[in-house]
Design a protein. Structure first.
Ligand SMILES: Nc1ncnc2c1ncn2[C@@H]1O[C@H](COP(=O)(O)OP(=O)(O)OP(=O)(O)O)[C@@H](O)[C@H]1O
Length: 805
């Protein structure tokens, strides 16, 4: 980036021959640059008017000490330092005229020639400056464009990141919801599957039981069939036996008949024998007579009779035997008959058993067929259950694959989220870098203008509107026009807030600056303006109205929120708060518990109260002796302290000054951060300052103590502007010590801090003069470049209980 200073050609403006060579081209360049910038910003035209220290002082005194506008008085050293390049063309011409009129002892002709030569050179110089001015305006245009581009890019990146984050968050929420429903579905499916598997196992068990009972029934049936077969065999064998016995009985009956016929034959024979015996006896008798004769014959007959008796005995034995045989046969027949009867009975029993067995078999068959049908039903159920299991397996598989897909998607989304988060971090880094680059480009002093709305007790005359806002693309949101008795004064700032701008809208614009205090920068935010213009409203807000909270509570809320969110990145912060006010060049500790008594003593008997000495150490830190510094951990604690300070101020108000605006209020938050994972250390400071009202003496019409107050305020505000302009001009001596305020803020006003000034404006037509002064001052501040903000990354000093600024 090319800065105007780098483009500036070497200035070789020589003095006229008779002039001293003590003039410094450097000063001239600086003054001219200031003039050009003022002209660019639409402020007062100041071409050729030197803005050196002396002239400004003279002007300051004439305008109540703080208005640093152009002086109409000619330079007092014109006669003695006519060769100085601090003179404008008009000055030189006036001088020449004056000199020509006086006709003193000098050779005017020669001097006139020299002057003409000098004027020629000046004309060249003016042309060169015009060129330079053109190139500056072009360069500035370029810078503005690049700035706008960077800002746009920054905003676009932020919007994109926010959109992306929101989109990803919604996708993740959706995916998580899907995931949960899928997991629930999976659990349901798995429980259903479990139930199906259990019912399948039960059915399998039932099938096995049935099969087991079927087998046992089949065994029973086989056994019964075998028993039936054996019974049938027994029946057939019994039938055969019966037949055989029948045959045997028949044969025995035949034998008995035979024996009966034989017996009758034997009986007939016996009869015949008996007859023969009788015949023989007769014969015997005859024979006995024949006895003798016959004895022999008798003996013979006896012999015959014995033979016959023995024959009868054998026949009788034979008969007995036959009879025994017959009896035996008869008993055998009886036994066989009995057996036959028994067999018949057993056959009948077997038949009935067979019937029972057949019934049983039928029953068994029926049961078997029933069980078959049951088995078939069970098999069908089993097939259905198996199908179900298959379906649930498939659906479980599908669910699992879907779940895995979802998990992959979730991990992909998480990866993308992590990417987005890292991009976000990168974007955040880029944003910080761009923000710092923007600040570097703009210079580290930025000026915001805020116009408060008309108050109820103020006249609301729409015809007499003193403030308007340009609508051109370039000046929209940044320009403000002030109408003073028909004359329009145009100003441009980094941002202009119209009366309808809310506290939130204002805070959004400074939130990045507040954030950089946590990043280790020194940040200073001032509210400048006349009494009643809205400085306290801007800084503190309206008490008891949370939506109208001012920049101080909002900044602290953001700082503590960011502190919490940075914990995850390893950052730990310690913070200390101090609050003071500067009244009539005296410091008052607003957090001191015994402050009121000491201050009261001062006001009552006129003796000075506690003196707070300001010191700066070698590290560029400021120490205010005896000032109360409080370690804070939360917004609540700071809110409590702010309340305490407000009470102290109101006590002071009644005791010392009627209006709190007659003192400068300085809130300081010192931030010390350590990142244990990266060993980084940062030390930032946030100063939020509600300056005293900037009325001119003429307007305030003060006398006595009020006059003293106003003079003190003007002195410190004038010192503040002197310091800022001296820093902008990179002067060797910067008058920090000229007031308590500037001396206190020295480290934060130095080149390496970030400064933002709010210029608060009242829309009241009666305040137009004050508004114009404020706008002019702010416009000059806005044109300043006092350095590049630098991050404080050094370690902590040993005494952390001191007050740092
Ligand atoms: N932007 C705004 N919106 C609404 N009311 C406002 C706004 N700015 C200021 N006011 C009101 O204007 C009045 C004066 O404001 P404030 O006290 O903040 O001015 P000031 O410049 O701080 O004055 P002092 O220096 O006396 O404190 C208050 O009643 C305040 O509520």
């Amino acid at each position: 980036m090319v800065t105007p200073n780098q483009n500036r050609p070497p200035l070789s403006l020589s003095s006229p021959p008779s002039c001293s060579s003590s003039s410094t081209p450097k000063k001239f360049v600086g003054d001219e640059l200031s003039v050009n910038k003022d002209r660019q910003l639409g402020g007062e035209r100041m071409v050729g008017t030197p803005i050196n220290g002396r002239a400004r002082q003279a002007f300051t005194v004439a305008n109540g000490g703080h208005d640093l506008g152009p002086s109409s008085a000619p330079p007092s050293n014109a006669g003695s330092d006519c060769g100085s390049i601090e003179f404008s063309r008009e000055d030189v011409e006036a001088l020449l005229n004056e000199k020509a009129k006086r006709k003193d002892r000098f050779n005017y002709k020669e001097r006139c020639e020299n002057m003409a030569e000098y004027i020629k050179r000046l004309k060249i110089c003016i042309r060169w400056f015009q060129d330079l001015e053109l190139s500056y305006s072009l360069e500035q245009e370029k810078l503005k464009n690049s700035l706008e581009l960077s800002q746009q890019k920054c905003v676009e990146i932020e919007i994109l990141l926010k959109l992306k984050e929101a989109e990803l968050n919604s996708i993740i929420v959706e995916m998580r919801r899907n995931c949960t429903s899928l997991q629930e579905k999976l659990i349901k499916e798995e429980s259903e599957k479990q139930a199906a598997v259990e019912s399948l196992a039960k059915e399998r068990e039932a099938k096995l039981n049935i099969e087991r009972s079927q087998t046992s029934l089949s065994d029973d049936l086989g056994r019964a069939q075998r028993e039936l077969q054996s019974a049938n065999q027994k029946i057939s064998s019994l039938n055969e036996m019966y037949k055989r016995l029948q045959d045997y009985i028949t044969s025995l009956q035949q034998y008995n008949g035979k024996l009966h016929t034989e017996l009758s034959t034997v009986e007939d024979e016996l009869k015949r024998v008996e007859k023969e015996k009788a015949t023989a006896v007769e014969n015997l008798t005859m024979l006995r007579g024949q006895l003798t004769l016959s004895q022999s014959s008798q003996e013979e007959a006896i012999k015959q009779k014995d033979a016959l008796s023995s024959e009868v005995g054998s026949l009788r034995g034979e008969l007995q035997q036959v009879r025994d045989d017959r009896d035996r046969q008869l008993s055998q027949v009886e036994t066989l008959t009995y057996e036959l009867v028994r067999l018949k009975e057993s056959t009948e029993k077997s038949c009935s058993e067979l019937g029972t067995l057949r019934i049983k078999a039928n029953e068994l068959e029926a049961r078997c067929s029933m069980q078959d049908s049951q088995i078939k039903t069970l098999q069908e159920q089993l097939a259905v259950a198996e199908k179900k299991v298959q379906v649930s397996d498939i659906s479980a598989f599908e669910t699992r694959t879907e779940f895995e897909g979802q998990q992959k998607l979730v991990s992909e989304l998480q990866r993308r989220l992590a990417d987005a988060e890292s991009k976000l971090i990168e974007g955040e880094k880029l944003r910080k870098k761009l923000h710092n680059t923007i600040l570097e480009l703009k210079g580290n002093i930025r000026v915001f203008c805020r116009v408060r709305p008309s108050l109820p007790d103020e006249p609301c005359n729409t015809d007499n509107k003193i403030i308007s806002y340009p609508t051109s693309m370039e000046a929209s949101g940044r320009g403000i026009d002030l109408n003073q008795t028909g004359q329009k004064h145009s100003f441009t700032f980094d941002k202009v807030f119209a009366p309808d701008a809310s506290q939130e809208e204002v805070f959004v614009e400074i939130s990045q600056l507040v954030q950089s205090a946590l990043d280790g920068y020194k940040v200073c935010i001032f509210a400048y303006g006349q009494t009643g213009s809205g400085k306290t409203y801007t800084m503190m807000g309206r008490p008891g109205q949370p939506e109208e909270k001012g920049l101080i509570p909002r900044s602290l809320q953001q700082i503590f929120e960011t502190k919490e969110s940075l914990k995850s990145q390893g950052w730990k912060y310690e913070m200390q708060v101090s609050m003071l006010e500067i009244y009539n060049e005296t410091i008052r500790d607003l957090l001191s518990t015994n402050r009121s008594s000491s201050d009261a003593a001062r006001t009552e008997n006129g003796t000075p109260g506690k003196q707070y000495a300001i010191k700066h150490d070698a590290n560029g830190n400021t120490i205010v002796s005896d000032l109360t510094v409080v370690d804070v951990q939360s917004v609540k604690e700071v809110a409590f302290l702010l309340n305490q300070a407000a009470n102290s101020r109101s006590v002071g108000k009644t005791q010392m000054n009627e209006q709190s605006s007659r003192s400068h209020f300085v809130f300081t938050l010192r931030i010390y951060g350590v990142n244990e994972s990266t060993d980084q250390q940062v030390q930032g400071i946030l100063n939020l300052i509600d300056l005293a009202g900037s009325e001119r003496l003429s307007k305030s019409g003060s006398t006595g103590d009020r006059l003293k107050e106003t003079q003190a305020i003007n002195k410190s505000l004038s010192s503040l502007s002197d310091v800022i302009f001296a820093l902008a001009k990179k002067e060797d001596h910067v008058p920090f010590r000229n007031s308590k305020l500037t001396y206190l803020l020295q480290p934060c006003l130095g080149g390496d801090s970030k400064i933002l000034m709010f210029v608060n404006i009242s829309p009241d037509p009666s305040s137009v003069g004050e508004s114009l002064c404020s706008l002019r001052f702010a416009s000059r501040v806005n044109a300043c470049e006092i350095g590049t903000p630098r991050r404080q990354t050094n370690g902590r000093t040993s005494d952390s209980r001191l007050s740092y600024f």
